[in-house]
Each structure stands twice: as C-alpha cells, then as structure tokens.
Design a protein around this ligand. Structure first.
Ligand SMILES: *[C@@H]1O[C@H](CO)[C@@H](O)[C@H](O)[C@H]1NC(C)=O
Ligand SMILES: *[C@@H]1O[C@H](CO)[C@@H](O)[C@H](O)[C@H]1NC(C)=O
Length: 335
C-alpha cells in the first residue's frame, strides 16, 4: 500500500513538473533568450542584401503540413527570395515528425533558396518576430502557412517595399476606429482606408524585428506579455511599432491571385475563402472584440495612438510601375 502511495506521489510530481515545464515554454522570448537582443549579435544593415528578401512562414498545425510545404516551395522558386525559414511554433510535435518535415522541406525547394525548419522553443507568437542571425537580407516577408499569394504579386510587393523600405507593406488590411459611446478602440474594416496590415502577408525591413523584440523598454515588454497572454495581436503590435517609427500608415498592395485557407484567428471577410466553418459569425464578432481590446490595451501602454490611416492601394501597371488606386481612379503615388 505504501509503495503504491509513493508511486502515485512520484507520478504526480512528474506530471506537475511536466505541466510547469510546459508553462515555462509558453513564456515570451523576454524570459529565455536575451542573447538575441544583444546589439553586438546584430548584423549591420549595410552588410545585409537589399536585392533579395527572407521569407518567415509561421507553422503550427500538423494537419496543414502539405499546404505549408507547397507554399514554402512556391516562395523558394522566386529569384528574389534568399531563403525560406519555416518557424515551427508547436513544441508538442513529435521529434520524428519534425525530422521528417525538415527533410521534406529541404528537398522541396524549387529554386536556389533553401527551405529550413526552425523549431521554436515555445508557442509564443512573439517568436515569429525574433531577430535571427540566419537572416541575411535587409527585408523580410512574415506570413502564415495558409495563405497562397501568386509570385508576381509577391515580387511586385518587394519592389514597392524597396522603394519604401521604412514602411510596412501588406495585402490584407484592417482598421482601428473609435467607439465614441464606449470610449474604446475597435477593430474593423473600412471600405476606403486602413491602418493595420495582417501577418497573412507582411513585408518590412529586418530591423523592425529587433525593434519589436528588444526595443521599447518596459512598455514594449508589457505589450509583448499581453500578446502571450491573449495568444493574439502580435501583428497589431508590429503595426504600432512601425507606425511609431515612421509616423505613417502601412501600404497595401493589390494582389492578382490569393487563396486564403482560413486561419480562424484572422477569420474575416477577405476575397476568396475556400474553408468556411459553422458558427463563424459569433466567432468573428468575438475575434473582432478581442482585437479591439488589444488596440485599447496597446494604446494605454504606449500612452498615445501611433496608428495612421492610408488610403490607396498599390497596383502593378504598365512596365510594372506602381500606381495608386484611390476609389475608382489610378493615380501616381505621392510618397
Ligand atoms: C521556470 O522558469 C523559472 C524562471 O524563468 C525557473 O526558475 C524555473 O526553474 C522554471 N521551471 C521549470 C520547471 O523549468
Ligand atoms: C514527408 O514526405 C513523405 C513522402 O512524401 C510523407 O509520407 C510524409 O508524410 C511527410 N512527412 C512530413 C512530416 O511532412
């Protein structure tokens, strides 16, 4: 009987330490990898390549591996892509599956860009913005594992970014707005303006990764912790960081062909949607509410509202020049 009780106690303590170690793994990068924030570990921007970019794809769900692999392969085919890093944010994926995936990815490259798997130490969404020494380019594309964008659009977006390297460039956009009655911020879609680019497709300069992960002192630490607590809104926070730097809104690029296989986190009303789920409307309302709460909390922690509206959409035109679509008109972009 005593032996039995001891065995139970041992099992319980093993279980508890397992649970606690899991808890630790969900902490933000702040707590376990301060070395990424040492300035001496950061490459000087001038040593980084400007004629290519690095793709950072977030992966989490094993059921979407075939899609993830196809998206990574598509990016690797572009001569403008230096390398593709698949940031695997699910620490409970079995090591054997990870080893297989790493192999499958490495052989699926269709161009000169290598595809590598980078398992993350935690599920923290902040990890997708960690500055990484393996990034050898001045620009990065941060994207999800369920959005397919045609290469022509990707390359057009990169050209537009090169002309505007301080700005955040995206395809999927949203807005902040104020609810006068409740005196709080809301997350919404405006037909004619936008202030937030989603991480379904977000192109920016590599330095912003460092600013997000290491800059901003105590207020940014608090906001990164909020991202961990809400398991959401890392994209909104990056928009705050860049708007604060540039005092300008993001830039939206018009896509030729996009397939969005539907991340429930971003469930909204974008163009083509192939996966529809039941009970979406209440989920969507709840999603929007939580995103609005993030904006309100970030505003409080920042002490001001840095988000700025933009009004035009950049479209590719004759000679692959970028023009701005405002309403029904195509005009020269005034930047
Ligand atoms: C969790 O993290 C804390 C501090 O970061 C550390 O002191 C503790 O030993 C960790 N616990 C486990 C179970 O790893
Ligand atoms: C890797 O590829 C093999 C062969 O196509 C496939 O059977 C396996 O499921 C793949 N595994 C992963 C984790 O992608």
């Amino acid at each position: 009987m005593r032996a039995f009780a001891v065995a139970i106690a041992v099992c319980l303590s093993l279980f508890l330490s397992f649970v606690f170690s899991l808890r630790n793994r969900t902490l933000s990068p702040d707590t376990f990898s301060s070395s990424v924030c040492q300035l001496s570990n950061q490459p000087h921007p001038r040593t980084l390549r400007f004629n290519q970019f690095t793709v950072l794809i977030n992966g989490y769900s094993e059921s979407r591996l075939p899609l993830l692999q196809s998206i990574a392969a598509t990016y690797s085919a572009s001569p403008l892509v230096a390398s593709v890093l698949v940031l695997w944010g699910n620490p409970s994926t079995p090591p054997l599956t990870l080893a297989q995936l790493a192999h499958n990815l490495s052989v699926s490259s269709m161009g000169s860009a290598a595809i590598s798997l980078v398992p993350q130490a935690s599920t923290s969404l902040n990890a997708r913005f960690l500055p990484r020494s393996s990034i050898g380019t001045r620009g990065v594309l941060v994207c999800d594992d369920d959005v397919e964008v045609d290469l022509k659009t990707v390359e057009f977006a990169f050209r537009m970014w090169r002309g505007n390297p301080e700005r955040l460039i995206g395809i999927f956009v949203r807005s902040h707005d104020i609810d006068m009655r409740r005196k709080e911020w809301i997350y919404t879609v405006h037909p004619d303006k936008y202030s937030i680019v989603l991480t379904k497709f977000m192109m920016m300069k590599t330095e912003y990764l460092f600013k997000y992960s290491c800059g901003g002192g105590a207020p940014m630490r608090e906001m990164r912790r909020m991202v961990d607590k809400m398991r959401n809104c890392e994209d909104i926070l990056m928009n705050f960081v860049v708007a604060e730097e540039t005092n300008a809104g993001p830039m939206m690029v018009g896509a030729k062909r996009v397939r969005d296989w539907g991340d429930p986190r971003n469930e909204d009303d974008d163009g083509v949607r192939l996966v529809r789920e039941v009970g979406l409307s209440s989920r969507r309302a709840e999603h929007r509410k939580r995103r609005g709460d993030c904006i309100t909390e970030f505003h409080r922690a920042f002490g001001r509202m840095p988000l700025r509206y933009s009004y035009a959409k950049l479209v590719s035109s004759v000679g692959e020049q970028g023009l701005c679509q405002k309403g029904a008109n195509l005009v020269l972009c005034d930047h």
